[in-house]
Write a protein that binds this ligand. Structure first.
Ligand SMILES: Cc1cc2nc3c(=O)[nH]c(=O)nc-3n(C[C@H](O)[C@H](O)[C@H](O)COP(=O)(O)O)c2cc1C
Length: 394
């Protein structure tokens, strides 16, 4: 199917539409889908509808700055790229496109623990703007070696994802036969034939790609399928607070825990010596009746204190979503799917376009409402929650 030209992409939904045309249905569903009834997935978007902004006028809005300080660094913007596994399957090189965009816009990009490209290749491009997300394996020596490699190649932070104690029930994937190895049926073959651009590229590049971060732990020449099976057999191991303590000892840099929802977990994380948390329900992909991550923010902030970095991801599609989160006291924001849609549909240009859209929307909104910077303590005064009463003058 013909994809939309890049210059017709106006918002992040357009990137999704374009990726949907390019990818076989089973792969589009893999990105777009959520667990169970997909209630959590839908709520992640809907929850942003309630926020409204109160403009301040007659200010010098030419001086607006989007820079955002977190973990001791000033970044070029407040929104980074969330980790997404197997990105290079949707478009070869996707993780390296993320790295280029992160470098160009000076924001962090978190490389998934099940990415195709290696952390060394991505860090060569993005330097410390690359953060590495570790999926704990059952083999402590592999965990330790991956952490050593992340340090050696200069990753700016180590991210531990904690919200996958079990595999999710994603019904689209089950119906589509997503598995290792993929279940081939007449329907999946037809799906491939109807999306020849992706299928030809997949066949030309040798089929299921090798996950380069895992390959060193297998015999030389292992196929993409061998590596995937190995990562499943050894990976996604049960983790406990003891593991986190061990990772804290092994990793000298900024340690970030992703997937925290409960205020007590947030407090424990801080006590263990974690430097920041990402409040996240994994984009609605793990379990359907997960609490809305936004609703968890006030209790978490109360538990960890004002100075502890609290980051967020899930359902962020607009510059206004980013600003709403910052007004709620979030220190840094991540978005996932728009970047993967951009990579799938357009390669590097699509990932850059996703970041440009977020930045243009945010900078336009900041100037409209007279918000001059994102590190200002008065940020919260720009926002009203439409479900609550509007503030009144004294
Ligand atoms: C296709 C896909 C793969 C993902 N893989 C990972 C992963 O490997 N590690 C991880 O911590 N989170 C993973 N996530 C979750 C994202 O990091 C992030 O939490 C979520 O996508 C945010 O929601 P959003 O896509 O609505 O912005 C994945 C998400 C998607 C869509």
């Amino acid at each position: 199917m013909f994809r939309l030209p890049l210059d017709t992409i106006v918002n992040t939904d357009d990137l999704e539409r374009s990726a949907r045309r390019y990818l076989p249905k089973m792969l589009y569903d893999w990105i777009a889908g959520g667990a169970g009834d997909e209630l959590g997935l839908r709520e992640n978007r809907e929850v942003f509808q309630r926020f409204r902004f109160l403009p301040r006028y007659l200010r010098e809005v030419g001086a607006c700055s989007m820079s955002k300080r977190v973990l001791g660094r000033d970044f070029g913007g407040p929104l980074g790229i969330a980790p997404m596994g197997y990105a290079g399957l949707f478009r070869p090189g996707a993780e390296l496109f993320f790295a280029h965009t992160a470098k160009r816009y000076d924001v962090p990009c978190i490389m998934s623990g099940v990415s195709v490209a290696s952390m060394e290749a991505a860090a060569e491009i993005a330097g410390a703007n690359l953060w590495y997300q570790l999926y704990t394996t059952a083999d402590d020596a592999i965990n330790a070696d991956m952490i050593r490699r992340a340090e050696a190649c200069g990753c700016g932070a180590l991210v531990i994802t904690v919200d996958i104690p079990v595999a999710a029930k994603r019904e689209r994937d089950i119906r589509n036969g997503i598995d290792i190895p993929p279940k081939l049926s007449a329907r999946t073959v037809l799906d491939g034939l109807l999306h020849p651009a992706w299928t030809l590229r997949y066949l030309r590049t040798g089929g299921l790609p090798v996950m380069e971060n895992w390959a060193p732990y297998l015999p030389k020449g292992a196929s993409g399928l061998d590596v995937a099976k190995f990562s499943i057999e050894h990976g996604y191991a049960l983790q406990t607070w003891d593991h986190l303590r061990r990772f804290r000892q092994l990793w000298p840099g900024a340690l970030v825990v992703k997937g925290i929802m409960h205020p007590d977990d947030a407090r424990f994380a801080r006590e263990v010596g974690v430097d920041a948390i990402i409040v996240s329900n994994h984009g609605g992909r793990q379990f359907d009746r997960a609490a809305s991550a936004i609703d968890c923010l006030p209790a978490i902030r109360a538990a960890v204190g004002a100075d502890f970095p609290m980051m967020f991801d899930g359902g962020v599609r607009r510059g206004s979503d980013t600003l709403a989160l910052l007004c709620l006291g979030v220190d840094y924001v991540f978005s996932g799917r728009p970047f993967l849609y951009g990579a799938a549909g357009f390669g590097q240009g699509g990932v850059d376009r996703a970041m440009e859209i977020f930045n243009e929307e945010l900078s336009g909104l900041m100037r409209q409402i007279g918000c001059l910077g994102l590190d200002n303590p008065d940020l919260e005064t720009f926002m009203v929650d439409s479900l609550k009463r509007y503030p009144r003058g004294e």
